[in-house]
Design a protein around this ligand. Structure first.
Ligand code: 13P
Length: 211
């Protein structure tokens, strides 16, 4: 099986798993991954739970549609992160409930709307989770805003919309998106209670140990 065929299968398998566990509903969310000669991205209006690997859209290195179904309208969102972070092999965008709730509460421009409560949030997302102002889904104007915000952050929250998360590989990006959703759920569960956060020294230790 070619690397592209394996990646198509992996996107469909992750999409199904995310959908079945409620990280995505209806036709919400999209996934992109870097290929040697371009990118794969889930088709617009597709359900992540029922992706056909052969129909996943293919873009060339300039993000032009070259094969498969019509690509997600969020190509600009994915391009913003993939182009800004050359080490990113994949980007996952979800409307997962708790991360989206934080995206509705946090002020645009906020740098860290979720506190460092657990190690895996710090290890998978890092210190920064900038909140990008609201843009209509598919609006190309979000690209520069996401590009600037993602220079120093692996993930961003789009105000009133949801998370956009990158990872070195597709697995990494999906795991980080899942960890972000869990961290958002914890933050909301603990809201108003005197929860103990990881200290700056503990955060630093995690980042230097796990990169
Ligand atoms: P697409 O169906 O075009 O991928 O858009 C879904 C979505 O999540 C919009 O933000």
């Amino acid at each position: 099986m070619s690397a592209e065929a394996r990646l198509r299968e992996a996107i469909a398998a992750h999409g199904r798993s995310l959908f079945e566990r409620g990280y995505s509903v209806g036709s919400a969310g999209n996934i992109s991954a870097r290929l040697e000669d371009g990118f794969l991205i889930t088709p617009t209006n597709s359900c992540l739970g029922r992706l056909d690997p052969a129909r996943i859209s293919k873009l060339d290195a300039e993000y032009r549609h070259v094969a498969g179904d019509k690509p997600s309208k969020e190509v600009f969102m994915h391009r913003a992160m993939l182009a800004t972070r050359p080490e990113a092999g994949a980007v996952v965008h979800l409307h997962s409930t708790h991360a989206t709730a934080i995206a509705c509460l946090a002020a645009p421009g906020e740098a860290a709307p979720i506190p460092p409560l657990t190690p895996y949030f710090v290890m998978r997302i890092g210190r920064a989770l900038p909140v990008v102002p609201y843009y209509r889904p598919g609006d190309a104007a979000m690209e520069p805003a996401i590009a600037v915000a993602s220079r120093a952050a692996r993930a961003v929250l789009l105000a009133n919309h949801g998370p956009v998360v990158s990872g070195k590989s597709l697995d990494d990006a999906v795991y980080a998106a899942e960890e972000l959703e869990e961290a958002a759920r914890l933050a909301l569960l603990l809201h108003g209670r005197p929860a103990r956060e990881l200290s700056p020294a503990q955060v630093e230790d995690l980042l230097t140990t796990f990169g």
